[in-house]
Design a protein around this ligand. Structure first.
Ligand code: FES
Ligand code: FES
Length: 197
């Protein structure tokens, strides 16, 4: 039987993790189930969001979080929900150039600001962002759950500061917890992306 190079098969796994972050999916079943638990008397209001350069019209409850809207109404499931209380950073998105925890942001508060999610990081032709490419090259993710949030924090940093020090990268990613402890891998990835950028 042909031996499999473990580094190559792991790289294939990581590519799949990062590619699946960019894939839109529908969650009609989940949304329908959660809608049944909606508080009595809650009224949705139709609003427009600017998501990844496109205007998206969506019905939103007053108390609805951005993470919920993105995942369960707009099908943008690359944004993950870990703690759902502003502690882990898995839900990180960029609003007008600034990272935000989407689990702790009310959708109604976003208004007309420019919202970028992990699905909007790669180019229109599918070319991965230098951060995503560097994370693959560094074999950065372990389970991959925190990866979209790590990518968003890194992208926001490099937009502001294309050549950060390692300490500046560490600070920028300090709001993104990784239960696999792959912190050094992510730091190496951002430093590589900065070199390649
Ligand atoms: S899910 Fe938003 S900070 Fe953890
Ligand atoms: S790679 Fe598993 S939580 Fe970060």
């Amino acid at each position: 039987m042909k031996a499999v190079n473990p580094r190559l098969s792991r790289r294939r796994f990581i590519k799949a993790v990062i590619a699946s972050s960019a894939a839109a999916a529908t969650n009609a079943g989940v949304h329908a189930a959660m809608a049944q638990n909606r508080p009595q008397g809650t009224v949705e209001r139709l609003i427009s969001l600017n998501v990844n350069g496109k205007t998206r019209r969506v019905d939103v409850m007053p108390q609805e979080t951005l993470a919920y809207t993105l995942r369960y109404k707009l099908g943008l499931t690359g944004t993950k929900i870990g703690c759902n209380r502003g502690e882990c950073g898995a839900c990180t998105v960029i609003i007008d150039g600034v990272t935000n925890y989407s689990c702790s942001t009310l959708t109604h508060s976003v208004g007309s600001r420019q919202l970028q999610t992990i699905e909007g990081v790669a180019g229109a032709d599918g070319t991965l962002h230098p951060v995503q490419q560097a994370f693959i090259q560094e074999l950065a993710p372990q389970c991959g759950f925190c990866t979209p949030g790590q990518v968003m924090s890194a992208v926001a940093l490099l937009n502001e500061n294309p050549h950060p020090s390692r300490e500046e990268v560490r600070q920028a990613l300090s709001g993104n917890l990784c239960r696999c402890g792959a912190y050094d891998n992510y730091l190496n990835g951002v430093m590589r992306a900065a070199e390649n950028g």
